[in-house]
Design a protein around this ligand. Structure first.
Ligand code: DAH
Length: 354
């Protein structure tokens, strides 16, 4: 017969030990001591057989209650400690990237923005899309045929002097070049329409162009143009003039108008230059417009029959007009930028204004 066990004292002692356990390991040790094979509780359980039935039942129930109570306390304590240990481990492993960075990188980041030429191109595209045009692009590296030949400018023709062209040392001498204007995309578009069985064309073609120009206040060797082409049945010069005027007021505002002046381009007949109301003086005359109240924006005209011939369009049935002008020039006029070179010098103090 073992000494009678003080179950209440055992529970009190073990639960105090669990409450002060600082690690899950300690919880395990306390639990083993109080409830394990060699614990007084298990010993008492073994001795139940020597008791009479009533005592056995009463003590048995108390021992079971004590075990359940202690197991529950131990579980709670273990869970609490596990959570705390996890938290501590995460904290220890945390990388504070901010602390590693130099002050400049940590300061609130300023957001980038689209370049003025890009936003100008987007706005021009939007205007033309609103007028029913589709937007098409073509390659910047072109052949002699698309940049000149198909546009009624044969090899060695003096009109080639109108475009100071960058030729590339690829293939035959002087057959591969950086396009000097967006007009070659017209040719590609007409060829594609013919190949697809010919249907009307209403398209604008924006993109980058290259010329061997020395940069100055109004020229950049790498610049942007947008080309327009309409080919349909019954298209007249009046459609061209109306389209230019509609575009001018839609893009520049209702006070700015357009006018056409006779000019020459090999790929249009008749050809014209189009001018718009001077955006600086609004037409009253100033230094920028040499007192005329008008500023030249681009070229235009009726598609020359020789161009239709080159791409295989029946010029008896189809007629069309084309136009082209500089996107950078457009931005310059709209925002009164004195020197076009500011567009490519990447001075954010300048660019940020737009
Ligand atoms: N490609 C001409 C240039 O760069 C501009 C131009 C003139 C385009 C008349 C046209 C046009 O489509 O019809 O100088």
């Amino acid at each position: 017969m073992t000494a009678p066990l003080d179950v209440d004292a055992l529970v009190a002692e073990a639960s105090a030990a669990l409450a002060s356990a600082g690690t899950t390991d300690e919880v395990r040790q306390v639990t083993t001591a109080a409830l394990g094979k060699r614990s007084p509780l298990v010993a008492a359980h073994r001795s139940l057989g020597g008791l009479d039935p009533d005592e056995r039942r009463a003590l048995g129930r108390r021992l079971d209650d004590a075990r359940r109570t202690l197991e529950a306390i131990a579980d709670d304590r273990r869970r609490a400690l596990e959570a705390a240990e996890l938290e501590a481990a995460l904290l220890a492993e945390r990388l504070d990237l901010g602390e590693e960075l130099p002050d400049r990188a940590r300061s609130p980041l300023s957001r980038g923005a689209l370049h003025l030429v890009t936003t100008t191109r987007d706005a021009l595209e939007d205007t033309f899309v609103g007028m029913g045009f589709e937007v098409v692009e073509g390659p910047e590296v072109e052949t002699d045929w698309y940049n000149f030949g198909a546009l009624n400018i044969p090899p060695a023709h003096p009109a080639r002097g109108m475009w100071d062209t960058f030729y590339l040392a690829v293939g035959e001498p002087e057959t591969v070049l950086l396009r000097a204007h967006t007009s070659p995309v017209q040719v590609r578009l007409m060829e594609a329409a013919v190949a697809a069985g010919m249907s009307p064309i209403h398209a604008v073609m924006p993109g980058r162009c290259y010329r061997r120009d020395t940069p100055d206040a109004r020229h950049l060797p790498v610049f942007h143009q947008v080309e327009g082409l309409v080919v349909d049945e019954g298209i007249t010069f009046a459609d061209l003039a109306g389209t230019i005027e509609t575009f001018t007021t839609a893009y520049f505002g209702p006070e700015i108008h357009s006018r056409l002046r006779p000019a020459f381009f090999p790929f249009t007949e008749p050809s014209a230059e189009f001018e718009i109301t001077c955006t600086l003086c609004r037409g009253t005359g100033c230094r920028t417009c040499s007192g005329t109240g008008w500023i030249e924006l681009g070229g235009c005209g009726m598609v020359d029959p020789a161009v239709f011939d080159a791409v295989g369009i029946d010029g008896e049935r189809w007629t069309g007009f084309a136009f082209g002008f500089g996107i950078d020039r457009c931005a310059q006029m709209r925002h009164q930028i004195a020197d076009m070179r500011s567009l490519v010098e990447n001075d954010v103090r300048f660019l940020r204004q737009f």
